[in-house]
Design a protein around this ligand. Sequence first.
Ligand SMILES: [Zn+2]
Length: 559
Amino acid sequence: MSYQVLARKWRPKSFESLVGQDSVVRALTHALDANRLHHAYLLTGTRGVGKTTIARILAKALNCEQGVSSQPCGVCSACQQIDAGRFVDYIEMDAASNRGVDEMVQLLEQATFLPSVGRYKVYMIDEVHQLTVHAFNAMLKTLEEPPAHVKFILATTDPQKILVTVLSRCLQFNLRQVSPTQLTSHLQHVLVGEGIAPDLKALELIARAAGGSVRDALSLLDQAIAHGAGAVDAEQVSQMLGTSNISRMLGMLAALIAGDVAAVRDQTAQMASSALSFESALDDLSRLAVSLQLMQFDASEGAQEFSSLAEDDAAQLRSLASQCSRSYAQLIYQVATKARGDLRLAPDAAHGFLMAMLRLLAVHPGHASAVTPAMSVPLNTPVFSSSVSPPPMAPALSQAVVVPEAAQPAVSPVAEAPVVKEPVVAPVTTQISADQWPQWVDRLGLKGMARELAQHSAFVSLDDGLVTLNLPATHRQLLMPASEQRLVQALSEVMGAPIRVRIDVVEQVGVTAAVLKKEAAVERQNNAVAAIESDPIVQELIDVFDAKLIDGSIRPVAK
Ligand SMILES: [Zn+2]
C-alpha cells in the first residue's frame, strides 16, 4: 500500500473529530438535527483550518443513505464516495485553481438539474472571491433563486472581497485558527495512531510553526517523521524548522538571570553555528518572559497551563521565576521584542541577538554600573538620591515608571518602607498662633463647606474663649450659619472648652490653610519631578531605551 500523507489520512470524517472549531460544529449539528438548513453557507478562515473538511462532512450529513443527520454513517456508498472525492452530486471547485472557466460555468449551470443519486447537490466553492466574472454570475443566478435540492458551501480566506450580494444570501461562519495547545494534542493523537512515540516538545515546535493550520501541522509532522527516520524528537525538529527551541532559550534565560556573560556568549555562538533563526529565538525569549512573570504573580496551575510547557521546562521556569525580580522580567520582554524589530538593522542576526542579550546584562540589577542605592528600595516608596538630603515633603516616583529592584528573590518579603516624618502638630492648647492655624484646621476633622470655611480663613486671635478669624472677601460665600456653627462645635470639642467664633470679612488676609496647602503641593510636585530627573535608573532607561519623560505624567505619590 502506498504511503498516504498524514493530512489526508487523518482528515476528520465526522463533526466530533474536527479539531478546534467547536462553535461552527455546534451550529451545524443543531441545524442538521433540527432540519433547519440554510441553502448557502460561507466559511471564512485561514488555510488549513478545516473549510473543505467541514464541507465534506456536511455533504455526507445531507446525502447519507441512512437519512439526514449530524452523524452520517460513514459506511454507506454515498458517505464512502464523498470521502473518496468520487460522489457525483458533491462538486468541489477551487476558484483559485486554473481549472477551465468554461468547465466551472458549466458545472454551476447544471445546478438546476436534480441530483443524480443523492438527496442534495452540494457545491463546495473554495476561494470563492476569485471566481471569474462568468462563473460568478452563473453561481449568483442559482444563489438568488436556489432550487430546494441545491446547497452551496462557499469558502474564502479573504472575506473582505466577497460581494455583499453573496454575503447577504449566506449564513456565515468564521473558522478560528487552531491554538498551539489544540494542535499539539491533535498531533499527539495522530502519532500514537501511527505507532510513533510522541515527543511533546517536538510537537509543540511543530504546532507553533504551523500557525493555527491543522493541515500545515500534519505536513510538518510528515516531514519530521521522514527527517527523523521514523522517530520525532525536539532537537531534530528544531533543526528541520530552523527555529530555536524552548529548552535552549530556557538556558539563555537562566544565563541572563545569573548575569553569566560567558554562558550568554557561548550559547549565542552555538545557535549561530547550528543556523537557528534568531528571530524565533527572540520570540521564544519573549514568550518565556511572559510565562516567567505570570508565574511570579500567579502560583497556580493556570500559569503553567498558559505557558504550555513540558513538565521539566515548567519546573525550571518556576525556579527561575523565584530568582528573577519582577521588573527584570519586564525588561527581558521589552528588550527581546524590541531587538526582534532591530534585527534587520544589525550587521547580522547573530550580532544583533548577542547585543540584545548584552544589553540585558548591562541593565542587570546585579551589574556594578546598574547598582544604585535606589535599587534596594521597593517600588512606590520615596526614593532619594544619596548625594542630596531628603527634601521636606518626601517626593516619590510616579507609579508609571518602572524601577528595577535588586535581584532579590521575588518571593522574599520586601524591605520596610523608610519612615516619613509627620509634620510637627501643635499640641492641644489654648494658645494658637497664626502659623499653627492650618494644622488646627486639620485637627478639627471638619468636612464639606465648614472645612472650606476654616481653610480659607486666617487666624487673628484667641482671647477669653473668642476665636477671631479673617475671611478674604473673595470667599465671602463660604460664610454660612451652618458652617460657622460646625466650626464652633469642632473648636469647642478639640479645646475642651466652650468657644465662640467671630469671622470678619476683609480684603487681605494672613496665612490660611488653603494657601499653605497650595504652596506645599507645588513644592511636592517640583520635588517629584527633580527626583525623577536625577534618578540614575531613569537616566539609564532614557539612555538605553531612548525613553522620554512625559511632561505632566509625574505625580507625587499620595501619602
Ligand atoms: Zn452514510
